[in-house]
Design a protein around this ligand. Structure first.
Ligand SMILES: [Zn+2]
Ligand SMILES: [Zn+2]
Length: 333
């Protein structure tokens, strides 16, 4: 099978023919049709994950099941599925026994099974979800990391009707966060430093676009503040600043891997009982909700597609920060 193999960190990925993967008990084999690229893939490229080359990355893959391993009862050949990050826990530890295998220290992810930048992949059946009818593989792929992450972020903010949500960092995650917040009926504010994005962000569903330089919190406060900030930026400084844009009772949900410590002023935290919460892909129901919004047309990822063979151009585009908004690799049928 053809695959984009990382043979060395910080070096071009190699398109190679490698042995076709077969599912073990509890796994399925998938003919990959689309594979989204994520900021995490840049970290992987740079060697920040505990992996030794050669390996195949890709944790936003969708495709068709071509083979089911022994013991798999919930899926069959021909099913259209996507694969998410935390596929399976050990089953026996405290968190697994408490029903949260996604929090298991021995979780199974693409790092154990192999990623989706490949003609075929295997995944644990417990790490797959059916695609709703009518959604394309390309549109669905980004839902399996970016979409799932921000849907969980929004749910973890416990929004109530009438609240105002601000999205900080409008990239692969943020452009979906705007759409999800709007889809569930909340007033939505996009915070950006790029004036030329204003029309695009309004078209995505932002009721208001706040232009901010280096102090998004001050700009947000001047614009009336927010009950919820969904933060997808990696800038610890901007996250710290944005916290000051929260209204009393406000919650900042941090989904980006901050580039340093986040500084919170004790008075801002204490008076007004504001909250800072970290959030990743959480309840399985959040993924389903994100897929339903996609299927019903309330949300649509804006993607740039590249054939698998152009994986390096795709990665460079992602690294440039210019991708609008998600890069998705397409696989020949
Ligand atoms: Zn990701
Ligand atoms: Zn476990």
């Amino acid at each position: 099978m053809k695959a984009a193999v990382i043979t060395e960190f910080n070096a071009p990925w190699q398109i190679r023919d490698i042995p076709r993967v077969r599912p073990a008990a509890g796994q399925v084999a998938i003919r990959v049709r689309a594979s989204g690229m994520c900021g995490t893939d840049v970290h992987v490229h740079r060697g920040l994950f505990p992996l030794q080359p050669p390996f195949v990355a890709g944790h936003e893959a969708t495709g068709e099941i071509v083979e089911v391993g022994p013991g798999v009862t919930e899926f069959q050949v021909g099913d259209r599925v996507g694969v998410f990050w935390n596929q399976k826990g050990c089953g026996r530890c405290e968190v697994c026994q408490a029903g949260r295998p996604d929090r298991c220290a021995e979780e199974q992810t693409w790092m154990q099974t192999g990623g989706g930048n490949s003609e075929f992949m295997v995944a644990w059946a417990s790490g797959c979800a059916l695609l709703p009818d009518g959604v394309s593989f390309e549109d669905a792929a980004p839902i399996f990391c970016a979409g799932f992450t921000v849907m969980s972020g929004l749910r973890n903010a416990s929004p109530v009707p009438g609240e105002r949500v601000a999205v900080l960092g409008v990239g692969g995650l943020g452009h979906l966060a705007i759409q999800f917040a709007k889809a569930v009926g909340l007033e939505t504010v996009a915070i950006t430093s790029q004036a030329d994005k204003r029309q695009e962000l309004k078209a995505l569903g932002a009721d208001e676009v706040v232009l901010a330089g280096d102090d998004p919190g001050a700009a947000l406060s001047a614009a009336g503040g927010a009950d919820i900030v969904l933060s997808t930026t990696n800038s610890a400084r901007h996250i710290s600043s944005a916290f000051r844009g929260l209204r009393p009772g406000g919650r900042l949900i941090n989904m980006g891997l901050a580039d340093g410590p986040i500084t919170i002023e004790p008075m801002t935290l204490m008076f007004g009982q504001r909250e800072l919460r970290g959030s990743t892909q959480d309840e399985r129901a959040d993924l389903r909700e994100a897929l339903v919004h996609l299927a019903q047309g309330r949300v649509k990822p804006l993607i740039e597609t590249y054939p698998l063979e152009q994986v390096n151009a795709a990665r460079e585009r992602l690294e440039s920060g210019k991708a609008r908004y998600r890069v998705v690799l397409q696989h020949a049928t």
